[in-house]
Design a protein around this ligand. Structure first.
Ligand SMILES: [Zn+2]
Ligand SMILES: [Zn+2]
Length: 446
């Protein structure tokens, strides 16, 4: 037993030395194959040791191990895959480790010509190991890990995902883009050329409009490459089609006194479970003010969450037409960008659930409203000083100070102090004020 153990240790050392001696930047494909063969000659324990060390940190170590594993075939590949599955099951892996394992397994599967994690064919299949899910929680965790890395390692992590050309990793590339790092943006803009799927188009679409000219240049070249890879890019700017796992229903709170709205999207999440995303919209200055959500909930848990959210805001969440809700969020995003602001860091992770916005949907609120009477652009300070926004009608703080009369009963009203409803008046530059008693009796003018 002891001698077997010490033998294993010495095999491990020899494998480590082979990996350490490899200079990835200078190694040709033949060099890699040669080193991989040297590992195979050492036997099963050596191959297993190589696979087991796949998550061990060190300068470009993971990349070297993955490159060597990708050279294996036959029984050696199966030994390695078996070991990778054990690694995946051995402990709780971080999101980054799971993505890395998945990249490694997929590179091996590609060489072996079999489906990763799938049951293709009779005998040959790659064991499920380190399967990545692109659920929002994982994406946010992965992004936080990448954010904490030094710049060179960040580049390497992203480069590996890009080199895979594997659509599974597109959500992670989207997560990398959400870091707002121009170097990573440029790398993604260039590297998406390795992909051959329509699913890459939404990312390229954002990148050809990037603020950095270098990123835009890469993105345009990538479009040409994608077309060469057989991806029809002519409909690049046409609204995206329905995404899998997109929301199936939406709810919203009535806009509050400052016109801010909360929109909740709910949709499936795996089998029998649901997820939701909540988007807080400030139509006056910010656009998308905050986004958060949860996955892996049961229906009952979702109902509980919604009741809790409604309790907190004091407004019930009522069903909203899904297209309207999507259009509302899309308009809020556009407004945020137009103000030169960044979307909340978490927003991207829930974008898939929110789903694509339809064209030409009438919005229930106005973004960047102007005072309906004096025409001045409304600001947040207007609503904190008594101004009001109600649907497509707005009153700035100064106009709200004017004494008014109820348009129905003639009672004197003050917008600042009296509970009253604002309506568009007979003339476009007039706002009608209706006291609450009359408001219940006379329906809103359409
Ligand atoms: Zn005004
Ligand atoms: Zn009245």
């Amino acid at each position: 037993m002891a001698s077997r153990k010490s033998n294993k240790t010495s095999v491990g050392r020899r494998v480590n030395a082979l990996v350490a001696g490899l200079e990835l930047s200078k190694a040709s494909r033949d060099d890699l194959v040669q080193v991989a063969e040297q590992v195979c000659v050492l036997g099963r324990d050596a191959v297993k040791h190589l696979a087991r060390s796949t998550l061990r940190p060190g300068p470009s170590r993971r990349e070297k191990v993955a490159s060597l594993l990708a050279c294996l075939d036959g029984k050696w590949a199966m030994w390695a895959l078996e070991q990778l599955r054990e690694v995946a099951a051995s402990r709780r892996l971080s999101a980054m480790e799971r993505v890395w394992l998945s990249v490694t397994v997929r590179r091996m599967a590609e060489r072996l010509g079999i489906a990763a994690g799938g049951g293709q064919g009779d005998g040959e299949r790659v064991p499920e190991s380190g399967a990545v899910t692109a659920d929002p929680t994982d994406l946010l965790l992965w992004r936080d890990e990448v954010d904490a890395l030094d710049s060179a390692t960040q580049q390497q992590v992203v480069a590996t995902l890009l080199a895979s050309g594997d659509p599974t990793f597109l959500p992670f590339l989207e997560a990398a883009l959400s870091l707002g790092n121009p170097r990573l943006d440029a790398a993604v803009a260039e590297g998406l050329a390795h992909f051959a799927t329509h699913d890459a188009l939404p990312l390229v679409r954002g990148l050809v409009r990037h603020a950095d000219p270098q990123v835009r240049k890469h993105a345009r070249a990538t479009l040409v490459a994608l077309a060469r890879n057989g991806v029809g890019t002519h409909d690049l700017f046409v609204a995206a089609t329905e995404a899998p796992n997109a929301a199936t229903c939406a709810f919203a709170c009535e806009p509050d006194a400052v016109g801010a709205a909360a929109v909740l999207f709910a949709g499936p999440c795996g089998i029998d479970l649901v997820q939701y995303a909540m988007v807080l919209i400030d139509p006056i200055e910010v656009g998308v003010a905050e986004t958060w959500g949860e996955c892996d909930l049961t229906e009952d848990e979702l109902q509980e969450c919604m009741a809790h959210l409604a309790d907190e805001s004091g407004e019930p969440l009522t069903p909203m037409d899904l297209d309207t809700a999507r259009a509302l969020v899309a308009a809020a995003e556009a407004f945020t960008r137009a103000q030169g602001r960044d979307l909340p860091a978490e927003h991207f992770a829930w974008r898939r659930l929110i789903g694509p916005a339809p064209n030409n949907t009438k919005l229930p609120i106005v973004f960047g409203p102007h005072c309906s009477e004096c025409g001045r652009r409304m600001h947040r300070r207007d609503v904190t000083r008594g101004g009001r926004v109600a649907g497509d009608v707005a009153l700035c703080a100064r106009c709200a100070e004017q004494p008014r009369k109820c348009a129905v009963c003639g009672r004197e009203l003050h917008v600042l102090f009296d509970h009253c409803e604002l309506r568009r008046g007979a003339h476009d530059d007039q706002v009608e004020c209706v006291c609450m008693a009359c408001s219940r009796l006379t329906p809103r003018r359409q």
